[in-house]
Design a binder for this molecule. Structure first.
Ligand code: TRP
Length: 336
């Protein structure tokens, strides 16, 4: 609890270009959470280092992600938006927690197994201990809730296990975090435009499957024109129609209409016109977001100020927990 509010913690890795799926499925649903919760949103740049990064690119991407959070509408005064690497407590707690994490449990992490198979030439120890750093992120802020997608549920589970294990030995040090399930489920799940059985992903090899937040108008129109549908011509939501259903979900989410309303609107409309309408709906959301992003990118000292303030705020809460943990563990205190 911070000032009578429960704490909510989440973040995104600072790599890859965010997609419409990240926006409609996550970011958009975060905007009003600060009314009810004390919110922390990290730019998880330390996690990104498990994969080799090009330094100049990486620096830009991390800052762009922070700027994008703000451009999308996360209020940087009411939310703590900060860089993970600016708060050394993350790396420190991660070490301490790694001594309470079993190799066997890390070995069972699905994401580790998948990534190790995909990057067989660079199965580094960071990839293996990734979930411990994530546990440190969450536990440092005594988070009550963590909004995470399906792919991160297992990491939240291990976070809870580590926290409970620690608490069992040393008393109530950590709040046990729970997954945050939003009011309307988890936000829209957006699928690939090319393979609607698969989630839209920033790392998809087929770039036509994903709409990136920075795609320009022509690119968006082109991608929707090429989007996979099916051979009948009925705009209807259904399991047998994954492509059309996905387009309806996107349309509904961008216009804040229900699927039923959207279906009605496109009753009798051909796929070509339907796709153009979806593209326009997406452009009407991404256009203003891109303008705001471009504007903020130029406001260097404004963004710097936000970074400084929020780094400090994050460090204040993180250090409080870290001090407590060190004391419990019996690490000697610095003489004053
Ligand atoms: N692993 C998360 C992802 O890739 C990012 C992340 C790192 C995170 N630390 C976190 C998410 C703490 C929530 C809470 O999506």
């Amino acid at each position: 609890m911070i000032d009578d509010k429960k704490v909510l913690y989440s973040g995104m890795q600072a790599t890859g270009n965010l997609t419409l799926g990240n926006y409609l499925g996550a970011l958009k649903n975060w905007l009003t959470l600060n009314e009810e919760y004390e919110c922390f949103w990290g730019v998880m740049d330390l996690h990104s280092l498990t994969v080799r990064q090009v330094p100049a690119d990486f620096r830009k991407k991390a800052r762009n992600l922070l700027t994008l959070y703000i451009a999308a509408g996360l209020d940087p005064v009411k939310n703590c938006i900060y860089f993970q690497s600016h708060v050394p407590a993350h790396a420190e707690l991660s070490w301490l927690l790694s001594c309470f994490t079993y190799v066997g449990e890390l070995n069972r992490m699905t994401q580790y197994k998948e990534k190790a198979a995909k990057h067989a030439d660079n199965v580094n120890a960071g990839l293996f201990t990734y979930p411990v750093l994530m546990a440190a992120d969450i536990l440092l802020y005594q988070a009550d809730f963590v909004p995470v997608g399906k792919d991160q549920k297992q990491h939240l589970e291990i976070t809870r296990d580590i926290a409970e294990r620690f608490n069992n030995i040393y008393g109530d040090v950590f709040t046990i975090p729970e997954p945050y399930i939003g009011k309307e489920e988890e936000g829209a799940k957006i699928m690939s435009l090319q393979d609607p059985e698969k989630k839209m992903s920033k790392s998809d090899e087929n770039v036509n499957g994903s709409i990136f937040l920075m795609d320009d108008r022509d690119t968006i129109v082109r991608k929707f024109k090429r989007a996979v549908t099916d051979s009948d011509a009925e705009v209807r939501y259904g399991e047998d129609k994954p492509g059309v259903s996905n387009l309806l979900t996107i349309y509904g989410s961008c216009t804040n209409k229900s699927i039923q309303e959207a279906e009605k609107e496109f009753d009798g409309v051909g796929y070509g016109d339907f796709k153009m309408a979806v593209a326009e709906a997406v452009i009407s959301v991404l256009g203003p977001l891109q303008e705001e992003f471009a504007r903020l990118q130029k406001e260097k000292s404004f963004i710097d100020g936000i970074i400084k303030e929020n780094d400090e705020k994050a460090a204040y809460f993180a250090n409080k927990t870290l001090r407590k943990v060190k004391k419990k563990l019996g690490l000697t205190e610095k003489p004053r």
